[in-house]
Design a protein around this ligand. Structure first.
Ligand code: HEM
Length: 437
């Protein structure tokens, strides 16, 4: 049975730690109980730790929750796309977007992922060092724009990747600030945010214009499919919705995977035994035919990614808010109550993952299965990640193409430090030395 404990430390101390060191805060809360009440009076807030409690929230009572504060902040950038809509509208959007992630679509994307990664590998032939975070940001951006809207952004990928980073940094400032100033207030932050959104919108508007004039070029992409969608009244999607979904893909569909990969590169370099097993697998694999089928040949690479997702879940925090009063865990929770789940802390439960700080891909060797919701890098229930299989495919192919050609070593004397923004990135980037095999 799920129990709810009151936190013992004073409210102000909890609040300060949450804003100064959110990761430390969730790690401190995790062993305190299944659900920990922050005793925050008017707007009750809870930290949810146990898999049973998570299941109740994400699955059983899913209909009583909405995404709350996160949505309000993200809407500034992505408007009303799949990440931020609720209820029926969300259901309609998920239904029309789902085919973009079916197996047949992934089989097509696999070629584009490999080609884009090979383009980067060619450029890196001349390099001695690289910042793996920046490199992965630009690569995953070019992959998402090419696969989702058939657009080559290689000429301006740095400018666009920087704009995405700015929107994320500015969104986080608002998310963790108790007072949300309206976007129209001309603060320096709001102006910077608007400028970054404008940069992304310019690209999106250009792509939309081309897509409307030459729809045949966009067949088999998300944009091509969205141009065909009709709602219950037989109406096509308005341009605003197309813009919002494209913005959603830019924001949700590349930074998460880029951050994950940066952590994985750093961990592989710190674990020579992992690197040699990875190299052995890549060298022995039959990498001919459709790259989607390479996955079958690369179980250890996928274990590495699963372990990366455990230790460094890009979506390190999931928020839910109650849209109505709810009976749960033997008590009544008020409308507006906030529930916070941190996969980062949950994935470090030593009863499920012994020696939890150790990077050990063998935890995911075949046969090892973890109880539902003790491992949830892609969330769960109706709001779970639509791009999870895309992300796994992309991360696998990027690692294979790059490790076939290069070895990477860490340059900093210390371990990477996590910076929890909307997604969990390495603080101050991560320089690496590069050698050809
Ligand atoms: C390693 C990479 C990724 C991770 C760890 C990740 C994680 C997540 C998580 C945990 C959620 C649920 C958030 C919540 O419940 O509040 C989510 C939602 C979402 N993700 Fe991902 N994601 C990744 C990559 C991607 C990619 C590649 C795409 C698109 C191509 C994508 C698109 C989305 C969208 C649109 C949603 C909202 C789904 C909905 O509300 O129905 N994600 N992601």
């Amino acid at each position: 049975m799920v129990t709810v404990q009151n936190v013992a430390t004073p409210r102000l101390q909890n609040y300060k730690q949450f804003t100064n060191d959110p990761i430390g805060f969730f790690m401190r809360m995790r062993p305190l109980g299944d659900v920990v009440s922050m005793k925050t009076g008017f707007s009750p807030t809870y930290v949810v730790n146990s898999p049973e409690a998570i299941r109740e929230i994400l699955i059983r009572h899913d209909q009583s929750f909405f995404k709350g504060r996160t949505t309000k902040v993200l809407q500034r950038t992505v408007g009303e796309g799949l990440l931020t809509t609720e209820g029926e509208r969300h259901g309609f959007q998920k239904k029309y977007m789902q085919p973009t992630f079916y197996k047949e679509a992934l089989e097509r994307y696999a070629y584009a992922i490999v080609e884009e990664t090979e383009r980067v590998a060619e450029r890196l032939e001349q390099a001695q060092e690289l910042d793996i975070h920046n490199e992965m940001m630009q690569l995953t951006l070019s992959i998402i724009t090419r696969t989702m809207f058939s657009t080559d952004v290689s000429a301006e990928e740095k400018k666009l990747a920087d704009a995405v980073t700015t929107t994320i940094e500015e969104s986080v400032k608002i998310l963790f600030n108790p007072i949300i100033l309206p976007a129209v207030v001309p603060t320096k932050s709001n102006q910077k945010h608007k400028q970054a959104i404008r940069t992304l919108e310019d690209m999106i508007e250009n792509v939309l214009m081309v897509a409307k004039n030459q729809p045949e070029r966009f067949h088999h992409t998300l944009l091509g499919m969205m141009l065909e969608v009709k709602d219950a009244n037989g109406e096509r999607l308005p341009d605003k919705e197309l813009r919002d979904q494209m913005m959603t893909m830019l924001l949700a569909g590349h930074e998460t995977t880029a951050n994950l990969l940066a952590w994985i590169f750093a961990e592989i370099a710190a674990h020579p035994e992992v690197e040699s097993r990875l190299s052995e697998e890549v060298e022995g694999a039959d990498l001919s035919g459709n790259p989607f089928n390479w996955l079958r040949e690369l179980p250890y690479v996928q274990q590495i990614i699963e372990e990366g997702l455990r230790l460094y879940p890009p979506a390190w925090l999931i928020y839910r808010e109650l849209s109505e009063p709810l009976e749960m865990f033997g008590q009544t929770f008020k409308k507006g109550s906030t529930f916070m789940l941190s996969p980062y802390a949950i994935h470090r439960n030593e009863e499920v993952f012994p020696n939890p700080e150790e990077f050990d891909p063998d935890r995911f060797s075949s046969g090892n299965r973890y109880a539902p919701f003790s491992y949830l890098p892609f969330g769960g229930g109706s709001r779970s990640c639509i791009g999870s299989r895309f992300a796994m495919l992309e991360a696998t192919l990027i690692l294979v193409v790059l490790y076939k050609k290069f070895t990477f070593s860490n340059l900093r004397p210390h371990a990477p430090v996590p910076e929890p923004l909307i997604s969990l990135r390495i603080k101050d980037g991560w320089p690496m030395k590069l050698e050809r095999r």
